[in-house]
Design a protein around this ligand. Structure first.
Ligand code: MN
Ligand code: MN
Length: 474
């Protein structure tokens, strides 16, 4: 081997090594301002989009406000929303549908507490709602914190009643009381963490002011029923046909003296919803239209396995693709839809786990995502011996790297955590069923699935850019 001098060695190292880049090191003053602008808008989005339904409302409203259906001369731009809980933005490109689309899929559901079908009861002179947790929560994180109640109830005559309590500054909030430490020894401390907090104890306090005198049976529950009637025109039976979610009653906040992070409920996966939506608006405005048709897909139920008619395992994507065929004046035959999807390229836009310095033992440092290094490309998720995952093809990853690098996006590559530590999945494997190319891609999150998740503002901006580049790619 040829002897190299120190300068040559340094150059060799720079040329050959892969070293992730911290976004903050590369931002100009103007870009720093852009980061702040984006973060501000995103926090407004988060404060409104606390449930799937509200997120769908937001998408419909903002797509309309941005004139999404109008800036597409000669090409169709569609806003398709289903069952108030999922949907898509979709558009035609310069190339035909049969050659494939650019698809970014994210999920709009987040872990939370759902009211049970028959939630209302009274115990020890207090009224409660029984809940069932939705998605992977650490139950103790939901105790002793202000909670809001949001959702709808649908009456037998078809009328929908909207319920939203706990968001306005002077609204009352709800809570699940935690046990005092003085008496927690046997009930909590001596138990394994997985057993110390029971699902059946996640009961939300909703009232403690009685109706009538001591002669009236269940007068605390009755008092609440009377309030529900007065305020929302609801009876106890109406709660059967309701979808009511209990979520943290808090706003998205800057975190740290330097305000580099955003703390909020629901970054997973509303940060992908927000960034892909903004990227879609940008892509359709390209002069002459983007090369490829595209779909910005928003699904529900990811946190519980993507089942159900609004989840990624439903045939939502086929429905949306069919609508694009119709918009293009083509017959949406099942073969044509299959061909278009088979030739498509997709990002499964979902958050990744950011390295947690308090728990380095669960991460594999060389393959962990770090806050501030951009969206993370995750070749495969799943667990153990690569079970239950889509494992992206090398050819696709090569192409995607080219797209990101040409758009000067700062991104990183990594995985979820140590091989034997646990695991998780995304909608990638359901999108992959169409035979399309797909890979997981998204913002690193610290404290994922907690009521107060953290992301870096710099990653937010870079992820939006990455998705715009993807939608615009040839
Ligand atoms: Mn997710
Ligand atoms: Mn999740």
């Amino acid at each position: 081997m040829k002897k190299l001098n120190r300068r040559e060695i340094k150059k060799l190292k720079e040329d050959l090594s892969y070293k992730p880049v911290l976004i903050w090191d590369k931002l100009s003053a103007a870009q720093e301002r852009e980061v702040e602008r984006e973060a501000k808008e995103y926090k407004v989005f988060l404060d409104y989009c606390l449930t799937e339904r509200r997120t769908v409302d937001w998408l419909a409203r903002e797509a309309g406000r941005a004139g999404f259906e109008e800036p597409c001369p000669g090409r169709a731009c569609l806003v398709v929303l289903y069952r108030h809980k999922c949907g898509a933005l979709a558009w035609l490109g310069r190339r035909p549908l049969s050659e494939g689309l650019r698809i970014v899929g994210s999920h709009i559901d987040c872990p939370r507490l759902d009211l049970k079908t028959r939630p209302l009861y009274e115990e020890a002179e207090m009224a409660f709602f029984k809940t069932q947790y939705y998605g992977g929560i650490k139950k103790y994180q939901w105790l002793a914190r202000p909670l809001a109640l949001i959702g709808v109830a649908v009456k037998p005559d078809g009328r929908t009643v909207e319920i939203e309590v706990g968001l306005k500054p002077d609204d009352p909030v709800f809570t699940v009381a935690d046990l005092l430490p003085h008496l927690a020894r046997k009930a909590q401390y001596e138990k394994k963490l997985s057993e110390a907090f029971e699902g059946e104890k996640l009961n939300v306090i909703i009232g403690s002011r009685p109706l009538g005198d001591g002669e009236v049976k269940d007068r605390f529950k009755l008092s609440l029923l009377s309030l529900l009637k007065e305020r929302f025109d609801l009876s106890e039976a109406d709660l059967v046909s309701a979808e009511l979610e209990v979520v943290p009653a808090q706003r998205a906040r800057d975190v740290g003296l330097d305000r580099a992070l955003i703390g909020a409920y629901g970054h997973d996966d509303r940060v992908s919803v927000y960034t892909s939506f903004q990227a879609a608006l940008e892509a359709v405005r390209v002069e002459g239209g983007p090369a490829r048709p595209g779909i910005c897909l928003f699904v529900d139920k990811e946190e519980t396995g993507s089942d159900g008619s609004t989840g990624a395992q439903s045939r939502l994507l086929e429905q949306v693709t069919a609508q694009l065929f119709i918009a293009a004046g083509l017959q949406p035959s099942s073969w044509a839809i299959e061909e278009a999807l088979f030739n498509s390229r997709a990002l499964s836009a979902d958050v990744s786990a950011a390295f947690d310095p308090d728990y380095p033992e669960v991460h594999e440092k060389r393959n962990a995502a770090f806050l501030g290094y951009g969206p993370c490309l995750v070749k495969y998720t799943g667990s153990g011996g690569k079970y239950s995952t889509n494992d992206a093809n090398a050819e696709y990853l090569g192409w995607l790297r080219g797209v990101l690098d040409r758009a000067r996006v700062i991104w990183q590559a990594g995985g979820l955590g140590k091989v034997d530590e646990g695991g998780g999945g995304t909608i990638a494997k359901y999108l992959a069923r169409y035979g399309l190319e797909v890979v997981d891609f998204g913002v690193p999150v610290l404290g994922m699935h907690s009521p107060f998740e953290l992301i870096s503002k710099a990653d937010l901006l870079m992820t939006r850019r990455a998705m715009a580049a993807f939608f615009k790619a040839e």
